[in-house]
Design a protein around this ligand. Structure first.
Ligand SMILES: [Mg+2]
Length: 223
């Protein structure tokens, strides 16, 4: 599997957080179980009705920065979502070998950058419960650019601000619209994640080369 990527053409590894470095189970459980449960209690709705109602509302904002905004949804739903997330913080977990992979990137003389659509509240909570920040030279939050990673403008702004050479970057993300924007922009190599949520089956029929396990692209040769 070593030929899944060409390490000799990579200086910087850009890594998504939720579903890539961290198990998406936390987010899926929070938005699709915990929030509907609390919302249902508040509005006297049963769980299936609250779930269906919220999934429709979430769907309307998909792919926009609002969809990722804890403040936006707190206001929309009348719930303190940042506080509710803290209740589930014990479910925040790195995906298998994610920390070892970050360590290997750094030891190989390459740069690891975290590039996330997660809102500042979520980002802060996740960095407090994982060692990601220890290995990531840059923590890039798309909310600072006012554009999500799905937008070409995000990648232009990132290159301009951080002096990134896109051709010599590898980007790993579990979202196909995000990978498409990165690929179209000129990021040299991209990979998607087979199983972003440990409690769901691995995905198939994906449009980009698929990473099943970080071990598949380790060890990382020195630069
Ligand atoms: Mg993701």
């Amino acid at each position: 599997m070593q030929d899944l990527i060409d390490w000799q053409r990579i200086d910087t590894v850009l890594l998504d957080m939720d579903g890539t470095l961290l198990d998406l189970y936390f987010d899926n459980h929070f938005w699709l179980h915990h929030v509907p449960m609390i919302y249902g209690q508040k509005h006297n709705m049963d769980m299936p009705d609250a779930h269906a109602h919220l999934v429709t509302r979430f769907g309307r904002e998909q792919g926009t920065l609002k969809w990722y905004s804890v403040d936006f949804w707190s206001e929309e739903l009348g719930l303190d979502l940042a506080l509710l997330k803290k209740d589930l913080a014990h479910l925040i977990k790195p995906r298998p070998s994610a920390i070892e992979f970050l360590q290997a990137i750094v030891e190989s003389g390459r740069h690891a950058w975290l590039v996330t659509n997660a809102h500042h509240h979520s980002l802060t909570l996740k960095l407090a419960h994982t060692p990601l920040a220890q290995y990531c030279e840059r923590i890039i939050c798309s909310h600072d650019f006012d554009e999500p990673k799905e937008a070409p403008a995000f990648w232009q702004a990132l290159q301009a601000r951080e002096h990134l050479d896109p051709a010599r970057a590898l980007f790993i993300d579990d979202s196909e619209p995000v990978l498409k924007a990165a690929h179209d922009f000129g990021i040299g190599q991209v990979l998607t994640i087979a199983q972003p949520d440990s409690q769901k089956p691995a995905r198939s029929g994906l449009a980009f080369p698929v990473l099943h396990h970080f071990d598949d692209i380790m060890p990382i040769p020195a630069r």
